[in-house]
Write a protein that binds this ligand. Structure first.
Ligand code: BGC
Ligand code: NOJ
Length: 822
């Protein structure tokens, strides 16, 4: 069944009942300050780094789920309720949550009292705004007591949930409750020592009281669902000293029939220069808070900030649009709303978050992934190319001089993460992939001349071009017995740990190498090399490095030969060779006979396209790996743990990398299918994992129908079709690439915008707009011929065009492109 619907005009997903099968969340913020916000007002926020600068506390593993948020308790007579349903699970007469582009809006009502909460992070400031409106829809006057509630995190989210012997003694707050028209609670734990930032939770109204001590507010042994203070109808004016600091305002609201009152709550992050921390001894300098809060002190100011955010997103999503009215098949509207709106929105989120903070990633573990962030760029670069540019430079700076790379880096320090280290031998190649995408989008070759440190050491700095060369050379110089790249700790599949040999419970599969065989090889890395290599060659040529281009071409040929010789198993591509030189992903294997990754990528690289092996490989993928909900990663699933394979065989069959539908690599098959011109099958693989196509199946899928999930349980799992790990997944970028660049076929290339659609023959055509290098391309594709691929003619502004690469106009104008397939 469905729990809501897409409001396409508003670009919102409207959740119509609060008890979704899992919290369905949104992300507030797209610059430095971020909030995770669920459909019941759960979640938390942080500035810049989810681990180091966490403002509010969230309880993982809590029952019920989703505990912690920005809550409002309403006391109407003796009736106390929470209008976001949670945490009291209050019975509501009306409920709706609209998740939009960077904002969410919860509306509800009970006993004639209506509530709306509009929550967002304004552009340019480090704060969340929650604009709350109460309306008396009853015929009689109402006297409401409203209590806000946030619980502060003691900044470092990891320490916050582990180091209680210290934590319970360090919490500190300041309170300004007597200001005219404003009431402010400051959370200043650790400000007395090395921090120069604090949080403020304010409302633009006079208050009847406050609480800053959790126990005073909740009462002993009470949870968020049964707080004492709202039932008492009176705040305690508690001042936290250690234990658990919170922020709660008590506001008395008198409402005549039909009267509304609006309050602007702001949760801000404020920083002071080191020498200006104090106003007077022990009293924090409130200048940055004053500035921030004055800015958002009225409902009008909050509305204006929201309007600016809306305009920002309208402009961003204007860079690639799909005209739903141009689509002949009713179901294609699902593709249009994903490709045109939600998929791009998710790409922004993955670009910002990498894999750090979601309802499946705790925000304390992983920083930015080297491979992840490079791939995230692919779906983001058309939105804000300048940010993609600086991200590339940050990532490249964590590369080692030999071309290998830190697997992860921390966003706050931008330094490589020593705990995880390096040794994932696919990592270097993704840098070439990301840079090529950036240059194709922008034509900005100057990035190649940027001086970028190695290992964050300025003394080792060299041009970005040299970084690319080191990436390329790393693969060339790290090959095994079959001439295929050594896998190292793992390749794209973090769970193929072929040198790990871990028998000790709890040992990290990612960092353990008990048997550095020096022989385990990856066919996938070879295929990635063959796919990104030609882009490297083009970059070399354009950077006037003909010799390097010739060398690279030779190496790509050598690698392709190795794949042809040792990477083909008869009906599909092999996946890898293990530490004993035995095949993984071959017919002779008991389990794991066939894997998705090497097949998708080898065909993407064009291998076997001319001699029928590519088609055979994709047919094998369909025959052995396809399912109702997408293509599983491998078959047969590993039944037992294999020392020589590592984490992949640790999962129960059908989950995660062990034969789950690992959505990230499905679009590789989609793209591969388009390389063969098989548009109907390409679209089928696209639609199977596309969440909007499963909206009415939410009880099984469980997760948000507006965003991709990393994994859907495979056919071997008892819960086949159930999704996990929504939002932060490379699926976002790759599906956007697959649908926009390969199915709809509007693809930036070095010299222009390539038009090369590959669609189902039943799709009669479509219209998209694409902003590209300073002009807007309004592209209409006519497929009345019922083709799957192939173009009969193209006209630009009425004039016939030779070939299918549209020129770079860069004239700020709209150009009308008419494409006839056939
Ligand atoms: C997961 C992988 C992930 C890795 C990252 C593993 O447990 O299965 O999907 O890439 O952790 O550390
Ligand atoms: C998730 C990780 O973030 C990504 O880097 C990896 O490629 C996939 N899992 C597959 O293991």
């Amino acid at each position: 069944m469905q729990y809501g619907f897409f409001d396409d005009d508003a670009r919102e997903y409207v959740i119509t009942r609060p008890d979704t099968p899992y919290p369905w969340i949104n992300y507030l913020g797209c610059e430095e300050f971020f909030g995770l916000f669920s459909n019941t007002s759960g979640g938390y926020c942080f500035c810049r780094d989810a681990r180091m600068l966490r403002l509010t506390r969230y309880r993982y593993n809590n029952v019920p789920a989703d505990a912690g948020g920005r809550y409002f308790y309403l006391r109407d007579g003796t009736d106390v309720w929470t209008p976001s349903w949670m945490p009291m699970k209050s019975k509501l007469d009306r409920y709706e949550c609209r998740h939009g582009m960077g904002y969410s809006k919860i509306s509800s009502s009970r006993n004639g009292l209506a509530f709306t909460q509009v929550s967002f992070v304004p552009l340019g400031d480090n704060c969340e705004i929650h604009k709350v409106t109460l309306t008396n829809e009853s015929g009689a006057e109402k006297n409401i007591d409203m209590f806000s509630f946030v619980e502060f995190c003691l900044w470092n989210a990891n320490d916050d949930m582990t180091n209680f012997q210290r934590n319970f003694s360090i919490g500190e707050v300041e309170i300004e409750s007597q200001l005219a028209g404003s009431s402010r609670i400051y959370h200043k734990t650790e400000y007395r020592e090395r921090r120069n930032h604090y949080a403020v939770w304010s409302v633009n109204a006079a208050t009847a009281g406050f609480d800053t001590d959790r126990q005073a507010f909740l009462g002993l042994y009470n949870g968020f669902d049964s707080p004492q203070t709202p039932f008492n109808g009176k705040a305690n004016n508690s001042v936290a000293s250690g234990w658990a600091p919170i922020g709660s305002h008590h506001i008395k609201v008198k409402l005549a029939p039909n009267e509304s009152k609006t309050f602007v709550f702001t949760l801000g992050f404020c920083e002071n220069p080191q020498d200006q921390k104090w106003e007077k001894p022990g009293i924090i300098n409130k200048a940055p808070a004053n500035k921030l809060l004055e800015k958002y002190n009225t409902a009008e100011a909050a509305d204006k900030a929201l309007a600016e955010l809306n305009a920002y997103w309208k402009n961003l999503l204007g860079k690639f649009t799909v005209d739903a009215s141009s689509l002949s098949r009713p179901d294609d509207i699902k593709m249009a709303r994903m490709a045109g709106v939600w998929n791009q929105y998710q790409c922004m989120v993955t670009f910002n978050m990498s894999r750090s903070a979601s309802y499946f990633e705790s925000g304390i573990g992983r920083g930015m992934g080297f491979r992840d962030s490079n791939q995230d760029l692919l779906g983001f670069v058309h939105l804000v190319p300048e940010r993609a540019r600086s991200r590339i430079l940050d990532i490249a700076a964590t590369q080692f001089p030999d071309g290998s790379a830190y697997h992860q880096y921390q966003p706050l320090t931008k330094r490589g993460n020593n705990e995880v280290g390096s040794g994932f031998n696919d990592d270097p190649l993704w840098l070439i992939c990301g840079v090529a995408a950036y240059i194709k989008e922008t034509g900005d070759y100057s990035i190649l001349n940027e001086k970028v440190p190695f290992d964050n050491d300025e003394k080792l700095a060299d041009t970005l071009f040299i970084h690319l060369k080191r990436s390329f050379d790393f693969t060339v110089t790290h090959k095994g017995p079959h001439g295929l790249p050594l896998i190292g700790r793992a390749d794209w599949n973090d769970c193929l740990n072929l040198n790990c040999f871990s028998a000790a419970p709890g040992e990290s599969f990612q960092t353990t190498a008990n048997f550095e065989s020096g022989v385990a090889e990856s066919v996938l890395i070879a295929a990635i090399f063959a796919f990104v290599g030609p882009d490297y060659v083009e970059i070399c040529k354009r950077a006037n490095r003909a010799d390097e281009a010739a060398y690279a071409e030779k190496e790509i040929k050598t690698m392709t030969d190795a794949i042809n010789q040792h990477g083909w198993d008869g009906d599909w591509f092999v996946r890898a060779y293990d530490a004993y030189g035995k095949k993984i992903g071959g017919k002779e294997c008991d389990d794991g006979k066939i894997f998705i990754e090497s097949n998708g990528f080898a065909v993407m690289a064009g291998i076997g396209v001319d001699d029928g092996r590519a088609a055979k490989a994709l047919d094998s993928v369909k025959e052995h790996l396809d399912s109702k909900y997408g293509i599983v990663l491998l078959q047969p699933a590993y039944k037992n743990y294999h020392l020589e394979l590592g984490e992949v065989s640790s999962y129960p069959p059908g989950y995660k990398e062990n034969a789950g539908i690992f959505c990230h690599n499905n679009p590789w098959v989609t793209i591969a299918e388009t390389m063969l011109g098989r548009g109907t099958r390409a679209f089928e693989t696209y639609a199977k994992i596309c969440p909007a196509y499963r909206e009415d199946d939410s009880d099984l899928r469980r997760l948000e129908p507006y965003v991709y999930a990393q994994m859907v349980a495979g056919k071997d799992a008892p819960r086949h079709g159930e999704a996990k790990n929504s939002w932060l997944t490379g699926t976002a970028a790759w599906t956007f690439v697959s649908i926009s660049q390969y199915i709809l076929g509007v693809r930036p290339v070095f010299d222009g915008l390539l038009i090369d659609p590959c669609i189902p023959s039943a799709m009669k055509g479509f219209t998209v707009t694409r902003h590209f290098r300073g002009a807007d391309y309004h592209i209409t594709v006519d497929n009345s011929a019922g083709a799957e691929k192939g173009i009969k003619s193209i006209t630009i502004d009425g004039k016939a065009q030779e070939g299918n690469v549209l020129p770079i106009f860069n004239d700020g104008k709209i150009h009308k492109i008419m494409v006839i397939m056939g």
